[in-house]
Ligand binder design. Structure first.
Ligand code: ATP
Ligand code: MG
Length: 401
């Protein structure tokens, strides 16, 4: 059997809508793919007639090609990834490549051929390619049938300038925009279920996401810091996180718990977190903060309390999960692969010095009064400048680009 070079075609649709930005979006996606596929046997990646084509080394196994296809489908900006072959531009080779492509599809009863010519200098038109390749496949697979409407498999043939691509395996990608195309944000990242999902939503919209985590150390253990690091290792596979700042907040919380009325503690902790995150955003040149809050989920997420925390900062606060139900967030975390990690128990700053009955309708005057009892600005400065910074495998970090 002739073996053709394996390729993965990367389709994107939203990028196509971006008019004059199209070129820079394609460049960004191309750079991200090159960087994220470093561990795979990739020879080159090119833009060819409205797609990116990943060329794999001679002899790459189906198994490796599929693993590569699966990662590609999870990279922001990818609408679909198709694993197939590149072959010479004649009907014999296209037919043989189609036979090979179909042989790699697990189970199917019906199929159809869908051809596309990007160069009309190929003398056979798409309809004729469909019929001729269909006939070759019927002969090679006598027990299978052609079905025009919703077949089990579609064999795609794309004829380009000097060659053709043939594929029968496609998976749906996560869509969105390539990371690095929408600016920079700072995400408040706990080790809980929600905030990694919130971060990922922004990354899928093209943001360069910098995490900030507050642990209860040195008052509690630093377990939450390890969990956040594990979460980041999941997110870095698809380029969704570049850096995390970890701040040890335990001592400051202890001070607040001594100085402030118990019901206000949670709001005061949160204002300290937000202000520190804003300081880090200034250091990073980030334009917004992101949280995993969902309306009404817990005491601190009432409208009054959201207003009381927002009042502490000037940057816009993005809450991509505000209208999302817990069940949907959990489902998304499971898909992402962060759910198991987030389900482990770890004390973080949220579990520390919790009052018996937290305020659910904080009044801003009372909050400001309580805050005037301690040197808030100094604390923010200390927390931000003493933060530990971890870098992750990201196409957006300068040293790697
Ligand atoms: P999550 O599942 O993200 O922990 P949650 O349901 O536990 O959220 P809260 O504890 O009220 O809700 O936190 C709301 C948001 O505040 C989080 O989604 C996150 O963005 C931010 N946050 C909470 N705790 C921390 C922390 N320890 N470090 C950084 N950000 C935090
Ligand atoms: Mg939490």
């Amino acid at each position: 059997m002739i073996m053709y070079q394996r390729v993965i075609l990367v389709h994107y649709h939203e990028i196509g809508l971006k008019g004059k930005n199209r070129g820079s979006f394609e460049q960004r996606l191309l750079k991200n793919l090159k960087f994220l596929l470093e561990g795979f046997p990739v020879v080159d990646i090119h833009r060819i007639s409205g797609r990116l084509v990943v060329f794999l080394k001679e002899g790459t196994s189906l198994h490796i090609a599929c693993a590569c296809e699966e990662i590609i489908a999870q990279i922001p900006g990818v609408a679909r990834a198709s694993c197939g072959f590149k072959c010479p531009r004649n009907m014999d080779d296209i037919g043989q490549a189609a036979i090979n492509a179909l042989a790699e599809v697990q189970t199917f009863e019906t199929f159809k051929v869908q051809a596309r010519r990007n160069h009309t200098d190929f003398e056979i038109d798409s309809m004729q390619i469909n019929r001729d390749i269909g006939a070759i496949l019927c002969e090679a697979y006598p027990t299978k049938h052609v079905k025009m409407k919703s077949p089990d498999v579609q064999v795609d043939v794309e004829v380009i300038q000097n060659s053709a691509f043939v594929y029968a395996k496609s998976i749906v990608g996560i869509g969105g925009l390539p990371v690095g195309s929408s600016g920079r944000v700072v995400c408040l990242l706990s080790s809980g279920i929600d905030s990694p999902v919130a971060l990922w939503r922004l990354a899928r919209r093209g943001a360069n996401c910098i995490g900030v985590h507050f642990s209860g150390a040195p008052v509690t253990s630093d377990t939450s810091e390890y969990l956040v690091d594990d979460i980041a290792h999941v997110l870095e596979k698809t380029g969704c996180i570049s850096r995390i700042y970890t701040c040890a907040m335990g001592d400051y919380q202890r001070e607040i718990s001594v100085l402030a009325p118990p019901p206000l503690r949670v709001i005061l902790y949160r204002r300290l977190m937000f202000k520190t995150a804003e300081r880090i955003a200034h250091i990073e040149g980030a334009r917004a903060l992101v949280t995993g809050e969902s309306l009404g989920q817990v005491a601190s997420q009432t409208l009054d309390n959201i207003a009381a925390t927002d009042q502490s900062v000037n940057l816009p606060i993005l809450r991509p999960l505000i209208g999302t139900d817990k069940q949907e967030i959990i489902a998304q975390a499971q898909q992402l692969g962060t759910f198991e990690i987030s389900s482990q128990d770890a004390p973080d700053c949220c579990t520390l010095f919790m009052p018996r009955s937290p305020e659910t309708h904080a009044k801003i005057d009372a909050v400001l009064q309580a805050e005037s009892e301690y040197p808030l600005e100094n604390w923010v400065e200390e927390l931000a400048s003493n933060a530990c910074v971890h870098e992750y495998n990201s196409p957006l970090l300068k040293r790697k680009n």
